[in-house]
Design a protein around this ligand. Structure first.
Ligand SMILES: [Zn+2]
Length: 263
């Protein structure tokens, strides 16, 4: 016990006599904590940055590049990393700045990233990007066939996916886009880009507000449910008996089909 005490005293006095060393340790410690917290964000930011650089190399007269677009679709926000509007089609690009081994199938819900022994799952980016295309097709009143989905992985990612046509590495992104010459539609690309820009939620406050709105809606719905009020139509909720036991339904059934399992 005394030995341990002695050790701590020595340790403590060493630091007192070497304030510079002490300061360096604290600094290193702080930096490592900050890195741990902000590194994923930083990686994401850098990933989008490199894609922006690559896209800026496209001939500006034929390709209009739009970055970080957020639009409303079905009362939800939809964030799109990059859109390239051209007369060869509208390219919708989702950036995945992942490293390690990436495995996935075109129709699976989840894809996996393998880092040594750990496996992380993420949403199938093809599905995710298809949602973006639907939102844009709805906004521009343009058929989905004019949209080209591209998932852009960082060069460090090793890809084992069975849908090569939609997936690319950062280094090949530009050539991948330039490859498309089949679609030739006579829309004014400046006008299309203007529509997207006009509908882009740019205001930081508005972007944040929308996220808060989603949270408030969930909170309000819960409050209404606690008071047995239908969140869909505002009428009274009642307890009903069904095949699988009791559940809560709207008193205005069949006009309103709101149901919920017993809380
Ligand atoms: Zn109702």
């Amino acid at each position: 016990m005394n030995n341990i005490k002695e050790f701590f005293y020595k340790f403590f006095y060493f630091y007192l006599n070497n304030p510079k060393f002490f300061f360096e340790i604290i600094t290193l410690f702080t930096i490592s904590i900050l890195l741990k917290i902000y590194y994923p964000k930083f990686r994401g930011f850098m990933g989008e940055f490199w894609v922006r650089i690559e896209l800026s190399k496209l001939p500006k007269s034929k390709y209009i590049v739009l970055n970080d677009i957020m639009i409303y679709y079905n009362n939800k926000t939809c964030q799109i990393d990059h859109i390239v509007v051209s007369n060869f089609g509208i390219f919708v690009i989702e950036t995945k700045n992942y490293y390690g081994l990436i495995k996935g199938n075109k129709y699976d819900n989840k894809w996996y990233q393998y880092l040594g022994r750990t496996r992380n799952s993420f949403l199938n980016p093809i599905h995710q990007n298809y949602g973006h295309i639907r939102a844009l097709s709805n906004l521009l009143k343009l058929d989905e066939k004019y949209f080209i989905s591209i998932i852009c992985f960082s060069n460090q990612a090793k890809l084992k996916v069975n849908c090569k046509d939609e997936i690319t590495h950062l280094d090949f992104l530009k050539s991948e886009i330039l490859k498309f010459k089949d679609i030739n539609f006579n829309y004014d690309i400046n006008e299309l880009a203007n529509i997207i820009n006009y509908n882009n939620i740019t205001d930081r406050k508005a972007r944040r507000k929308h996220i808060i709105d989603i949270h408030t809606k969930i909170k309000n719905d819960n409050e209404l449910l606690n008071n047995m009020i239908c969140p869909k139509c505002g009428n009274q909720l009642v307890e009903r008996n069904g095949k699988n036991g009791t559940f809560i339904g709207c008193s205005k059934f069949p006009k309103c089909k709101y149901t919920k399992n017993r809380l």
